[in-house]
Write a protein that binds this ligand. Structure first.
Ligand code: PMT
Length: 421
């Protein structure tokens, strides 16, 4: 997504400017061509040489330097930039941008460029909440600037409040989203499920599985970076919420079913990569089960002190959607859905992948099914990479090589996009 993309990063004079070094370094590592412009006050915090070293390109400062090269460069940079990200954006620079003031290299590029503007304000709490700053941000937002809200927390001054620059991952997400705004999923709403469900046995124990959520989160961020509006419905995972994605946290299969029903009413695509429990304990105990087992727990302990957990079937979320389409009715409360939902399922198998996957493609009446070999340690649950087969409803099967999950996600969306036309 970021490979060979032209990104201009503007640095303003705030204490958070040292964090922008990490951002520029990460952008360069992903293959982006990053040009850095520092305001005069930014130079008081971090030297241009530092940014030049991590970006592997010159860092620009003074618009009026003697050689005149910078004066030409502000037009070159403005024309070549695919995104202008200002990190951190100070109250002073936000005010200049809002009012079209172009008195330095950075604000001149901002005024001259057609590229989308990503602004990450970071400053002292009371400067951020000042009506002037609020009004300037509102004006910039209205004009299409993408504002990455600062985090609330402890500021350099010791005060607590809004004003902290978000982590690099968030800033990378905002830049990627801005770059992909006109991508092949622009104007589409997609729903992705991720992670595994937890089916309670009692308030502290559950029946679960090993899904980490990595595959589903990769599908969600890939769709975001192609311009989609993304709803990510996830079971409990240890991953941070991706920037620019609407995250619905659920726990059980029944909660996931409700969330999917609601979110797909007006969606174009549903990808179910979640590992949904097929069964749940019939009667979860209201209190923690004790080894000594008492009659009021409703559990019949055997002579060895063990007990049998009675499981009942969970609804098949994808199966229900297919049945609803047959009957021409939406599963939600809002009557018939107008759009045709492209449905994509996964099949996690440890043996007979092809036959099980083909069976699920037909039984759940899917457009695509991703057959996931989970018998190898470098594929499936928890792994960074995945080995999948893609089965098409129209016929045919593709055997993809082992790839990072982000690349698998891209390959899956490449196959979904033609189905939307
Ligand atoms: O999260 P990671 O660690 O990255 O791992 C990714 C993954 C291995 C979980 C993922 O790639 C994957 O294979 N997900 C599907 C797991 C699965 O349980 O598949 P299944 O064969 O049991 O179910 C088939 C399809 O029906 C799936 O799309 C599933 O989401 C859906 N389903 C299952 C049960 C149910 N009650 N309702 C459903 O809709």
């Amino acid at each position: 997504m970021l490979l060979n993309r032209r990104i201009v990063v503007g640095i303003c004079g705030g204490i958070a400017s040292y964090k922008a070094v990490d951002l520029v370094s990460k952008l360069q590592q992903t293959g982006a061509l990053v040009d850095v412009i520092l305001t005069k006050h930014a130079e008081d915090f971090v030297r241009p040489l530092t940014f030049a070293a991590v970006s592997h390109r010159p860092a620009y400062t003074d618009l009026w330097e003697a050689s005149g090269q910078a004066a030409e460069m502000h037009i070159v940079l403005a024309e070549e930039a695919e995104v202008l990200a200002i990190v951190p954006a100070t109250a002073n620079t936000l005010a200049k941008l809002a009012h079209g003031i172009a008195d330095n290299m950075l604000t001149a590029v901002a005024l001259a460029t057609q590229a989308p503007l990503v602004l990450a304000p970071a400053m002292y709490r009371d400067m951020y909440t000042h009506p002037a700053t609020r009004a300037n941000l509102a004006l910039l937002r209205e004009r299409g600037a993408h504002i990455v809200e600062p985090e609330v927390g402890r500021l350099a001054s010791g005060a607590i409040g809004p004003g902290r620059l978000p982590e690099t991952a968030v800033l990378l997400g905002a830049i990627s989203q801005a770059l992909g705004r006109n991508g092949d999923l622009a104007g589409r709403k997609v729903v992705v499920t991720a992670g595994g469900t937890r089916e309670p046995i009692d308030p502290v124990r559950y029946v679960g599985n090993r899904s980490s959520g990595k595959m589903g989160f990769a599908l969600a961020t890939e769709a975001r970076d192609r311009g989609a509006q993304v709803v990510l419905i996830s079971g409990p995972v240890a991953l941070d919420a991706p920037y620019g994605v609407e995250l619905h946290a659920v726990e059980t299969a029944l909660e996931m079913r409700d969330a999917v029903r609601g979110a797909t009413l007006d969606a174009d695509v549903l990808i179910m990569s979640a590992a949904v429990a097929d069964f749940r304990p019939a009667a979860p105990a209201a209190h923690k089960l004790k080894k000594e087992g008492r009659a009021e727990q409703g559990i019949a302990f055997d002579a060895q002190g063990g007990f049998t957990l009675h499981l009942v079937r969970n609804p098949d979320i994808l199966g229900e959607l297919a049945a609803a389409e047959d009957s021409g009715k939406s599963l939600g409360d809002e009557g018939k859905r107008q759009k045709r939902l492209v449905r994509v399922g996964f099949a996690a198998e440890t043996s007979d992948l092809v036959s099980y996957a083909q069976g699920k493609l037909a039984a759940k009446r899917l457009d695509l099914l991703v057959g996931n070999d989970v018998s190898r340690s470098d594929s499936g649950f928890g792994a960074e990479t995945n080995k999948v087969l893609i089965f098409h409803a129209a016929g045919g099967m593709e055997d993809l090589p082992l790839m990072p999950k982000q690349d698998v996600a891209a390959a899956i969306w490449d196959r979904i996009v033609p189905l939307l036309r």
